[in-house]
Ligand binder design. Structure first.
Ligand SMILES: *Cc1c(COP(=O)(O)O)cnc(C)c1O
Length: 403
């Protein structure tokens, strides 16, 4: 390890500190915001919900946003609001969190898994187009690790075939594509998550961005039991101002005011969070190049027309070249107090997704290549350059057997 000087005890304590692969950043402002909300009149269904929604929409240059209880709920609401149902199909990446696909099963839809670009793990547009059939309704790009997918190519394909684009942007709050924030583009819907490991947190929470005000209305109704209160939209006669109608089957997917208070406070720091993630990523890149050269460990690619929000710092390692396995490296890093994770086990390797899909046998060379090498190293705003030094030198020790 490259630590110079300093008492041995300090080094020992440093070495003991466990670094998770990701975690939230909570400060005194956040605590105050939540305490204030708790002292207020409304813990849920109050004024902070609309304020948070407006702040999210403004930040991503979108017309409006609907807050909801999780990123998974946001995906479910989007699929439901566009009317996807039994027998419909969506096409997405197998390198994603389970919910991208499970939320489609909630509405009875089937999921086809395309291949990915082996460098980014993002959808390969050509392989998406090859899967489009009569029942296909949407393409669902996942901006893996925070790096936007090829939205121009995917949008052109969607237009040619009359499909929706629903972005799973749970990794990409704060990312940009052609200088436009993810969420502010042309897609039919864009979904965010506010789980603690994501860029900002509300404990649990999510949001859906849509462009069509009618779809926004439907999403707001579906997240609240399918209840409609607006007099002009009631189907029957209003007996009074208190009248409401349950117009369709919905769910309780509301995000409470307490969570929105935290979300507002967190959102005001999004730029700081994303900048520190980018700076740490740049430092990782430098340290990896100094340590490994072009020798078997690759930092995530950067692309000229888009910026990653660096939800993850996923490196590509040629484990066989180092005569080791990912399993062994992860175990050794863990023993050294360094948390890593694999994003993701391709969905078709899971019993649920294998059982639901009837196309498991198709070759996906991009997926195989990406999955074999990927490893997410610790990345979050409170990580320090010293922590990065520690991760990179520990990784070198694991891969090269130096101790
Ligand atoms: C986190 C995440 C989700 C689900 O979000 P939750 O808020 O945890 O329900 C969906 N898709 C991706 C890619 C995610 O990373």
């Amino acid at each position: 390890m490259a630590l110079q000087g300093g008492p041995a005890l300090a080094i020992d304590i440093l070495a003991m500190r466990t670094l998770p692969y990701g975690c939230q950043t909570i400060d005194e402002d956040d605590l105050r915001a939540v305490a204030d909300a708790l002292r207020g009149q409304r813990l849920t269904c109050g004024p902070l919900v609309a304020r948070f929604e407006e702040a999210v929409a403004r930040r991503v240059a979108a017309p409006f946003a609907s807050a909801c209880s999780s990123g998974t709920a946001a995906l479910h609401l989007a699929y439901a609001a566009f009317g996807f149902g039994d027998g419909d199909e969506i096409i997405t990446s197998p390198i994603t969190f389970s919910a991208t696909a499970s939320a489609a099963y909630y509405v009875g839809a089937r999921v086809l898994f395309a291949d990915v670009d082996p460098r980014t793990g993002n959808l390969d547009p050509a392989s998406v187009e090859a899967l489009i059939g009569r029942r296909t309704r949407a393409i669902v790009p996942v901006h893996l690790a925070g790096m936007p997918a090829d939205l121009d190519e995917l949008t052109a394909i969607a237009r040619r075939h009359g499909l929706r684009i629903i972005e799973d942007a749970c990794h990409a709050l704060g990312a940009t594509y052609h200088n436009v924030p993810i969420g502010g583009g042309t897609s039919d819907a864009v979904v965010f998550s506010f789980h603690p490991v994501k860029h900002i947190t509300t404990g649990e929470g999510g949001a859906v961005i849509v462009r069509d005000p009618k779809i926004k209305q439907r999403i707001d109704r579906l997240r609240h039991h399918g209840i409609e209160r607006e007099p002009s939209r009631l189907l029957g006669v209003a007996e009074g101002e208190w009248t409401y109608e349950v117009q369709e089957l919905g769910w309780n997917y509301r995000l409470p005011d307490v969570a929105c208070a935290l979300g507002l406070s967190q959102l005001s720091k999004l730029d700081v969070f994303v900048n520190s993630r980018r700076e740490l990523a740049a430092y990782y890149r430098q340290r990896l190049a100094e340590t490994f050269g072009s020798d078997g460990v690759e930092a995530p690619v950067e692309l000229p027309d888009r910026t990653s929000a660096y939800h993850l710092f996923a490196v590509a390692i040629d484990f066989a070249r180092f005569g080791t396995t990912r399993r062994d490296v992860m175990a050794r890093l863990s023993a050294a107090g360094i948390g890593t994770q694999v994003h993701y086990i391709p969905l078709l390797a899971h019993p649920l997704h294998a059982a639901r899909s009837r196309e498991a046998a198709r070759a996906r060379p991009g997926v195989d290549h990406y999955y074999a090498r990927t490893l997410s190293l610790p990345l979050y705003p409170s990580l320090t350059n010293g922590d990065v030094d520690r991760v990179v030198s520990e990784l070198a020790r694991c891969l090269r057997g130096i101790s």
